[in-house]
Design a protein around this ligand. Structure first.
Ligand SMILES: [Zn+2]
Length: 329
């Protein structure tokens, strides 16, 4: 079962989390491969998407925010885009669009950052937006300060967290065809909630970057965790091996219906709205060419079909007004 474990280090300004996605991850892969024999992800893409999925769960669980967290990587290379969406209740979905040949040993730059133009975007989309409100988005490049290409998603995200929260963060990520897993260690803000608490606190947090000896010691221990260990060992064993000399206080794990799990949010209504936004001319030209309009969900593989009668209904209906307010008589 997929699970999320949170813990703190007693008396120290450091917190941690481990996520292990098993059924939630294999479900994403199974749906992808179900399309046809050639549609499964090449292993380097699979591992990248798995690491991103684990990271997105950790990031969503690490913030107090009522809305979806969307983690995207895009650029130039055989992977056009990889995207993960995690809801506040930890339900999640993920997909990647592969447009070219993937080398069997391709790393991050070979997948999506050939010309060093690759980007990673983190979007926080509030659940109850007021009219006109835009989602919050942060974008970081897939290279370091000296424009050197980064080869691990973990480095890219550590960079993002340092920029956006002024908090040192250590991420260890790994994925294969069975498990997507991650360990996050973060220095706690001195007071308040990081950069949300105002510039003075933010400044003090910034001054502390890299200097907290407790965080530094625990981060070194965390980084000693091997990919293989993260993928194969259970959480109790990982915590015992890494932090045997530390006072780790653990919270009740989140699993099952409270834990990370696959769920797609697509629906026939959403697809109808999308077709409506294409416009009548575009819809009619697709109908003339193919006989019906077929839209597949990239996240879950579901196919939505609209024949000419269905399509005509879409455009016969009034727009997006709530029911009952649309007909003026
Ligand atoms: Zn779907």
């Amino acid at each position: 079962m997929s699970e999320l474990h949170k813990f703190i280090f007693d008396g120290l300004p450091v917190r941690g989390m481990i996520v292990r996605l098993t059924d939630a991850w294999t479900e994403i892969l199974r749906r992808r491969a179900a399309g046809d024999a050639t549609s499964g992800y090449p292993p380097p893409v699979r591992d990248l998407l798995g690491e991103m999925t684990a990271a997105a769960v950790l990031m969503q669980a690490n913030i107090k925010f009522n809305g979806a967290l969307v983690l995207q990587i895009f650029g130039d290379g055989p992977v056009k885009v990889a995207v993960v969406e995690v809801q506040p209740d930890l339900s999640l979905r993920a997909t990647a669009k592969v447009v070219g040949e993937v080398a069997p040993d391709a790393r991050l730059s070979g997948l999506v950052n050939l010309g060093n133009q690759g980007r990673c975007a983190i979007t926080l989309d509030p659940k109850d937006k007021f009219p006109g409100q835009q989602p919050y988005q942060g974008v970081v490049p897939l290279h370091g300060d000296r424009r050197e290409k980064l080869e691990n998603v973990s480095e890219v995200l550590e960079h993002y967290m340092l920029q956006s929260e002024q908090l040192d963060t250590t991420l260890v990520l790994a994925a294969n065809d069975q498990v997507a897993a991650g360990l996050l260690i973060q220095r706690l803000p001195l007071q308040g909630e990081g950069n949300l608490a105002g510039s003075m606190v933010s400044r003090e947090n910034e001054d502390e970057i890299g200097l907290n000896e407790h965080y530094n010691r625990i981060a070194i221990l965390a980084r000693s965790l091997k990919r293989d260990e993260l993928l194969t060992l259970d959480v109790d064993t990982v915590l015992r091996r890494l932090f045997w000399d530390e006072q780790v206080l653990r919270f009740t794990p989140q699993q099952g219906a409270d834990g990370p799990r696959f769920a797609c949010r697509c629906s026939r209504t959403r697809v109808r709205n999308m077709i409506r936004s294409l416009g009548r001319d575009e819809a009619e030209s697709i109908l003339a060419e193919r006989g019906d309009i077929e839209v597949g969900c990239d996240f879950c593989g579901l196919q939505y079909r609209f024949d000419p009668v269905d399509a005509a209904q879409i455009f016969a209906e009034p727009g997006d007004q709530p029911p009952g307010t649309s007909v003026v008589q």
